[in-house]
Design a protein around this ligand. Structure first.
Ligand code: SF4
Length: 233
Protein backbone atom coordinates (compact mmCIF):
# COMPACT_ATOMS: atom_id res chain seq x y z
CA UNK A 1 0.00 0.00 0.00
CA UNK A 2 1.52 3.30 -1.01
CA UNK A 3 0.64 6.22 1.21
CA UNK A 4 3.69 8.39 0.93
CA UNK A 5 2.53 11.93 0.10
CA UNK A 6 5.52 12.30 -2.17
CA UNK A 7 3.92 9.70 -4.43
CA UNK A 8 1.28 12.09 -5.59
CA UNK A 9 2.13 15.60 -6.86
CA UNK A 10 -1.45 16.42 -7.84
CA UNK A 11 -3.03 19.34 -6.08
CA UNK A 12 -6.69 19.38 -7.13
CA UNK A 13 -9.22 20.85 -4.71
CA UNK A 14 -11.41 18.54 -2.65
CA UNK A 15 -14.65 17.71 -4.42
CA UNK A 16 -17.87 16.55 -2.83
CA UNK A 17 -17.54 13.06 -1.31
CA UNK A 18 -17.77 10.46 -4.06
CA UNK A 19 -21.40 9.87 -4.94
CA UNK A 20 -21.07 6.11 -4.64
CA UNK A 21 -20.41 6.46 -0.94
CA UNK A 22 -23.59 8.41 -0.27
CA UNK A 23 -26.23 5.93 0.90
CA UNK A 24 -28.99 7.44 -1.22
CA UNK A 25 -26.78 7.01 -4.27
CA UNK A 26 -25.75 3.44 -3.55
CA UNK A 27 -28.43 1.89 -5.76
CA UNK A 28 -27.27 3.81 -8.81
CA UNK A 29 -23.61 3.19 -8.06
CA UNK A 30 -24.10 -0.54 -7.68
CA UNK A 31 -26.16 -0.69 -10.85
CA UNK A 32 -23.52 1.12 -12.86
CA UNK A 33 -20.60 -0.83 -11.45
CA UNK A 34 -21.64 -4.40 -12.02
CA UNK A 35 -24.08 -6.54 -13.97
CA UNK A 36 -27.55 -6.75 -12.38
CA UNK A 37 -27.15 -10.39 -11.42
CA UNK A 38 -23.88 -9.80 -9.57
CA UNK A 39 -24.32 -6.29 -8.18
CA UNK A 40 -24.14 -5.96 -4.38
CA UNK A 41 -27.59 -5.56 -2.83
CA UNK A 42 -28.89 -2.04 -2.32
CA UNK A 43 -29.56 -0.50 1.08
CA UNK A 44 -32.80 -1.80 2.58
CA UNK A 45 -34.71 -0.98 5.75
CA UNK A 46 -33.95 -4.43 7.19
CA UNK A 47 -30.25 -4.22 6.38
CA UNK A 48 -27.70 -5.18 9.02
CA UNK A 49 -23.95 -5.45 9.47
CA UNK A 50 -24.32 -9.22 9.37
CA UNK A 51 -26.08 -9.00 6.00
CA UNK A 52 -23.37 -6.72 4.65
CA UNK A 53 -20.71 -9.19 5.80
CA UNK A 54 -22.54 -12.11 4.20
CA UNK A 55 -22.98 -10.17 0.96
CA UNK A 56 -19.30 -9.22 0.92
CA UNK A 57 -18.17 -12.78 1.50
CA UNK A 58 -20.33 -14.03 -1.36
CA UNK A 59 -19.59 -11.18 -3.72
CA UNK A 60 -18.21 -11.77 -7.20
CA UNK A 61 -18.92 -8.30 -8.56
CA UNK A 62 -15.30 -7.60 -9.49
CA UNK A 63 -12.23 -9.54 -10.52
CA UNK A 64 -10.71 -9.45 -7.03
CA UNK A 65 -13.12 -12.21 -6.03
CA UNK A 66 -11.08 -14.61 -8.16
CA UNK A 67 -7.80 -14.00 -6.32
CA UNK A 68 -8.90 -13.46 -2.72
CA UNK A 69 -8.53 -16.07 -0.01
CA UNK A 70 -11.03 -14.34 2.25
CA UNK A 71 -13.10 -11.23 1.78
CA UNK A 72 -12.69 -8.76 4.64
CA UNK A 73 -15.97 -7.03 5.48
CA UNK A 74 -14.84 -5.20 8.63
CA UNK A 75 -15.24 -5.57 12.36
CA UNK A 76 -15.84 -3.64 15.53
CA UNK A 77 -18.48 -2.01 17.69
CA UNK A 78 -21.96 -1.78 16.11
CA UNK A 79 -22.49 1.84 17.25
CA UNK A 80 -18.97 3.19 17.14
CA UNK A 81 -17.68 6.51 18.25
CA UNK A 82 -15.14 6.32 15.43
CA UNK A 83 -15.14 4.38 12.18
CA UNK A 84 -11.69 3.81 10.72
CA UNK A 85 -11.64 3.38 6.95
CA UNK A 86 -8.54 2.11 5.22
CA UNK A 87 -7.68 1.16 1.68
CA UNK A 88 -8.05 -2.60 1.46
CA UNK A 89 -6.85 -5.95 2.78
CA UNK A 90 -3.20 -6.95 2.67
CA UNK A 91 -1.79 -10.47 2.90
CA UNK A 92 -2.51 -10.95 6.61
CA UNK A 93 -6.04 -9.64 6.24
CA UNK A 94 -6.66 -11.81 3.18
CA UNK A 95 -5.45 -14.85 5.14
CA UNK A 96 -7.64 -14.18 8.17
CA UNK A 97 -10.68 -12.31 6.84
CA UNK A 98 -10.11 -9.58 9.44
CA UNK A 99 -9.14 -5.93 8.82
CA UNK A 100 -5.84 -4.43 9.96
CA UNK A 101 -4.29 -7.48 11.64
CA UNK A 102 -0.73 -7.34 10.24
CA UNK A 103 2.07 -5.07 11.42
CA UNK A 104 0.24 -1.98 10.21
CA UNK A 105 -2.88 -3.15 11.98
CA UNK A 106 -1.01 -3.67 15.23
CA UNK A 107 0.32 -0.14 14.95
CA UNK A 108 -3.18 1.13 14.22
CA UNK A 109 -4.48 -0.59 17.35
CA UNK A 110 -1.74 1.11 19.40
CA UNK A 111 -2.50 4.47 17.85
CA UNK A 112 -6.21 4.11 18.56
CA UNK A 113 -5.58 2.89 22.11
CA UNK A 114 -3.47 5.99 22.78
CA UNK A 115 -6.66 8.06 22.47
CA UNK A 116 -9.01 5.58 24.11
CA UNK A 117 -10.33 3.82 21.02
CA UNK A 118 -10.64 0.05 20.69
CA UNK A 119 -12.19 -2.11 17.99
CA UNK A 120 -13.67 -4.25 20.76
CA UNK A 121 -15.72 -1.45 22.27
CA UNK A 122 -16.03 1.91 20.53
CA UNK A 123 -14.45 1.67 17.11
CA UNK A 124 -15.31 -0.04 13.82
CA UNK A 125 -12.65 -0.81 11.22
CA UNK A 126 -13.33 -1.36 7.53
CA UNK A 127 -11.80 -0.71 4.14
CA UNK A 128 -12.86 0.96 0.93
CA UNK A 129 -12.32 -2.30 -0.89
CA UNK A 130 -13.13 -5.63 0.70
CA UNK A 131 -10.87 -8.05 -1.20
CA UNK A 132 -7.10 -7.92 -1.56
CA UNK A 133 -5.68 -6.57 -4.79
CA UNK A 134 -2.97 -9.00 -5.97
CA UNK A 135 0.54 -8.00 -4.93
CA UNK A 136 -0.87 -5.16 -2.81
CA UNK A 137 -1.36 -3.02 -5.90
CA UNK A 138 -3.69 -0.05 -5.71
CA UNK A 139 -7.35 -0.91 -6.24
CA UNK A 140 -8.56 -0.02 -9.71
CA UNK A 141 -11.49 2.33 -10.36
CA UNK A 142 -13.82 -0.43 -11.54
CA UNK A 143 -13.06 -2.37 -8.36
CA UNK A 144 -13.70 0.54 -5.98
CA UNK A 145 -16.90 1.35 -7.87
CA UNK A 146 -18.11 -2.25 -7.67
CA UNK A 147 -17.38 -2.34 -3.93
CA UNK A 148 -18.70 1.11 -3.00
CA UNK A 149 -22.19 0.16 -1.87
CA UNK A 150 -20.85 -2.13 0.88
CA UNK A 151 -19.06 0.73 2.63
CA UNK A 152 -22.06 3.01 2.05
CA UNK A 153 -24.28 0.48 3.79
CA UNK A 154 -21.82 0.13 6.66
CA UNK A 155 -21.62 3.88 7.18
CA UNK A 156 -25.39 4.17 7.18
CA UNK A 157 -25.81 1.28 9.61
CA UNK A 158 -23.00 2.31 11.94
CA UNK A 159 -23.66 6.04 11.96
CA UNK A 160 -20.24 6.77 13.48
CA UNK A 161 -19.72 10.07 15.24
CA UNK A 162 -16.37 10.47 13.49
CA UNK A 163 -14.55 8.87 10.58
CA UNK A 164 -10.77 8.47 10.68
CA UNK A 165 -9.63 7.83 7.13
CA UNK A 166 -6.30 6.01 6.94
CA UNK A 167 -4.21 6.68 3.89
CA UNK A 168 -4.06 8.24 0.49
CA UNK A 169 -6.15 5.76 -1.45
CA UNK A 170 -9.05 5.74 0.99
CA UNK A 171 -9.08 9.52 1.39
CA UNK A 172 -8.81 10.25 -2.31
CA UNK A 173 -11.49 7.68 -3.14
CA UNK A 174 -13.96 8.86 -0.53
CA UNK A 175 -13.38 12.56 -1.17
CA UNK A 176 -13.24 12.15 -4.93
CA UNK A 177 -10.02 14.08 -5.19
CA UNK A 178 -6.41 13.61 -6.23
CA UNK A 179 -5.07 15.97 -3.57
CA UNK A 180 -2.08 14.36 -1.79
CA UNK A 181 -2.74 12.91 1.65
CA UNK A 182 -0.16 15.33 3.05
CA UNK A 183 -2.52 18.17 2.14
CA UNK A 184 -5.74 16.41 3.11
CA UNK A 185 -4.65 15.39 6.60
CA UNK A 186 -4.74 17.56 9.66
CA UNK A 187 -8.25 18.94 9.39
CA UNK A 188 -11.82 17.69 9.56
CA UNK A 189 -13.95 17.62 6.46
CA UNK A 190 -17.74 17.19 6.49
CA UNK A 191 -18.52 13.84 4.90
CA UNK A 192 -22.15 13.87 3.84
CA UNK A 193 -23.90 10.56 4.44
CA UNK A 194 -27.64 10.76 3.91
CA UNK A 195 -29.08 13.53 6.04
CA UNK A 196 -26.02 13.90 8.20
CA UNK A 197 -22.50 15.19 7.82
CA UNK A 198 -19.93 13.10 9.63
CA UNK A 199 -16.66 14.78 10.70
CA UNK A 200 -14.06 13.04 8.55
CA UNK A 201 -10.36 13.24 9.37
CA UNK A 202 -7.82 11.99 6.82
CA UNK A 203 -4.47 10.83 8.15
CA UNK A 204 -1.55 8.68 7.08
CA UNK A 205 -1.95 4.94 6.73
CA UNK A 206 -0.08 3.09 9.48
CA UNK A 207 1.91 1.22 6.83
CA UNK A 208 3.25 4.60 5.70
CA UNK A 209 4.34 5.30 9.28
CA UNK A 210 6.21 2.00 9.33
CA UNK A 211 8.09 3.03 6.20
CA UNK A 212 8.72 6.63 7.12
CA UNK A 213 9.39 7.67 10.73
CA UNK A 214 8.97 11.33 9.81
CA UNK A 215 5.25 10.80 9.35
CA UNK A 216 4.70 9.70 12.93
CA UNK A 217 4.62 13.19 14.35
CA UNK A 218 1.96 14.55 11.98
CA UNK A 219 -0.03 11.34 12.47
CA UNK A 220 0.10 11.91 16.21
CA UNK A 221 -1.07 15.49 15.67
CA UNK A 222 -4.04 14.07 13.76
CA UNK A 223 -4.85 11.70 16.61
CA UNK A 224 -4.71 14.55 19.09
CA UNK A 225 -7.10 16.50 16.88
CA UNK A 226 -9.49 13.55 16.88
CA UNK A 227 -9.21 13.15 20.64
CA UNK A 228 -9.96 16.85 21.16
CA UNK A 229 -13.01 16.61 18.91
CA UNK A 230 -14.27 13.54 20.80
CA UNK A 231 -13.76 15.25 24.15
CA UNK A 232 -15.48 18.41 22.89
CA UNK A 233 -18.59 16.79 21.50
S1 SF4 B 1 -13.60 -6.22 -3.85
FE1 SF4 B 1 -15.74 -5.74 -3.32
S2 SF4 B 1 -16.85 -5.76 -5.30
FE2 SF4 B 1 -14.90 -6.85 -5.60
S3 SF4 B 1 -15.40 -9.01 -5.23
FE3 SF4 B 1 -14.64 -8.15 -3.28
S4 SF4 B 1 -16.49 -7.53 -2.18
FE4 SF4 B 1 -17.08 -7.80 -4.35
Amino acid sequence: MRDDPADDPMTEEIAEPAAEYLPEMAREAATEAAPPDSAPPVIASDDSLELVAADVCGCTACKLSATRTNAVPGEGAPRPLVMVIGEGPGADEDATGRPFVGKAGQLLDKMLASIGLYRESNCYIANVIKCRPPGNRDPQPDETAACASFLARQIQLLQPRFILCAGRIAAQTLLNTSTPIGKLRGKFIDFKAGDTAIPFLPTYHPSALLRNEDLKRPAWEDLKLLRAAIEGQ
